[in-house]
Design a protein around this ligand. Structure first.
Ligand SMILES: [Zn+2]
Length: 437
């Protein structure tokens, strides 16, 4: 994992957020660790007139403002503490955006136009658009130019309440360009106070020079890309796009086995365009299986029994103009651990906004605002194996939070496509959002 160094001295200043209108702690009602499922998704652990104290990048205490102000340590150190009045605001754990593709150079405007004119995802890909059209620019770019793009995306995310990001490579598709992409992600992460988890997505699509030789490309991913990323500690996860037109379930098993051999955890894109049966992949205990639009009903109970999170990315359905969305209600009601993520990428989901994703989840997938918040925070953290550090506001956890200029948490998904984020705290470092006063 790439975790930014704590070189910002502001993280060491004690921070007291007081008079918080609604503090969504997301503390576990049962005390059980693990991602939330079923009815537990609605339990936000709300405290009104709340206060939260952070020190050294960690949360120290959470409770009522009056109790915080009476605390002997707070009284003694009041002058040293940076105190922020959060009256009229909602504070929640910073969003954990557990599925993003920020390592690209340019928007895909030709594809955008073709789609408006009626072309499908697969027609665009077959005509040389889609993922392949982003590859050339990434191969030709310098590491610094790519890192600048990635950093700008991280900053845009933080301004909208995101404090942890999973960032995939996947637009290089050679050993050198995938390595450069992971290096660029690492470089951007070092300049950003949030937390970045890196994923090698060498198996995003078969590159043009391997057309008709996909077996050889899978060998390259397994024998060169994965061992190299593991040896240099440039990725924590290996991902594969398992779908028609990309990689088969058999390819994906081979890639998962190579990742396992190199000590890297796995995740995959599945069932976005067509059905893939999940049993073979679940044997590798993936942290997350993402998209799920075309999941087979018979796989839902197996997924519910597993520790794998199902990450839904409705921004892609929205931007592709699809009528069909993943069956979120069926997954949640069956006990699957569901997370929400942006799938930020230039082809199918050019948004960095988790509030917008939550809004889509409510309107198009019938997830309630409370469920959406848990899916976008704590369950996202579990989808990155970070549930013990991120995703809820409890003493001992990382000081990652977002404050919104709203009275009621339900307004966060309600105000569509307009961020009311006032500030974010990323590992104890304060960063102002667009609504900051
Ligand atoms: Zn994706």
């Amino acid at each position: 994992m790439t975790t930014s160094p704590k070189r910002n001295p502001r993280a060491s200043v004690p921070l007291l957020l007081a008079n918080i209108g609604q503090l969504l702690t997301l503390r576990s009602p049962s005390g059980r660790p693990g991602p939330r499922r079923g009815a537990e998704l609605k339990e936000l652990g709300i405290i009104e007139n709340a206060a939260l104290l952070c020190l050294g990048g960690k949360i120290v205490s959470v409770g009522k403002t009056k109790d915080a102000l009476r605390d002997p340590w707070v009284r003694k150190n009041r002058r040293k503490i940076l105190e922020i009045d959060c009256a009229g605001k909602v504070i929640l754990p910073g969003f954990v955006d557990s599925h993003t593709h920020p390592a690209f150079m340019a928007p895909r405007l030709v594809d955008f136009g073709k789609r408006i004119a009626g072309a499908t995802y697969e027609q665009i890909a077959a005509a040389g658009g889609g993922i392949r059209s982003s590859v050339r620019a990434v191969r030709e770019s310098s590491k610094n130019a790519l890192a600048d793009r990635v950093l700008r995306a991280f900053q845009e995310m933080a301004a909208q309440g995101t404090t942890t990001v999973e960032a995939k490579s996947g637009y290089g598709l050679t050993v050198a360009a995938e390595t450069k992409s992971l290096e660029a992600i690492r470089q951007a992460a070092a300049s950003w106070p949030g937390t970045v988890v890196s994923t090698l997505l060498g198996a995003h699509v078969v590159p043009p020079e391997f057309q008709g030789r996909s077996t050889e490309y899978v060998e390259l991913v397994c024998k060169e890309m994965i061992p190299r990323a593991a040896k240099r500690k440039r990725a924590q996860f290996v991902d594969v796009f398992c779908d028609q037109g990309a990689f088969t379930a058999q390819d994906s098993e081979q890639i998962f086995a190579a990742a396992e051999k190199s000590g890297l955890a796995v995740r995959a894109h599945v069932c976005q365009l067509h059905e893939t049966r999940l049993a073979a992949l679940l044997r590798f205990h993936p942290a997350s299986l993402d998209h799920m639009d075309h999941i087979n009903d018979d796989d839902i109970p197996h997924l519910a029994e597993s520790g794998t999170v199902a990450t839904l990315v409705p921004g892609a359905n929205y931007f592709l103009g699809l009528d069909r969305y993943p069956p979120a209600r069926r997954l949640i009601d069956a006990g699957v651990a569901v997370a929400l993520a942006s799938d930020y990428n230039p082809g199918s989901s050019p948004t960095t906004s988790m509030p917008f994703v939550m809004s889509l989840a409510c309107t198009h997938m019938k997830i309630t605002p409370a469920e959406a918040i848990t899916c976008a925070t704590l369950n996202g953290a579990y989808a990155l194996h970070l549930g013990n550090r991120k995703g809820s506001l409890e003493p001992g956890k990382d000081a990652d939070l977002a404050a919104f200029q709203v009275k009621d948490y339900r307004e966060i998904p309600y105000w569509v496509a307009s961020s009311r984020c006032a500030l974010t705290v990323l590992q104890g470092t304060l960063s102002a959002g667009p609504e900051a006063e």
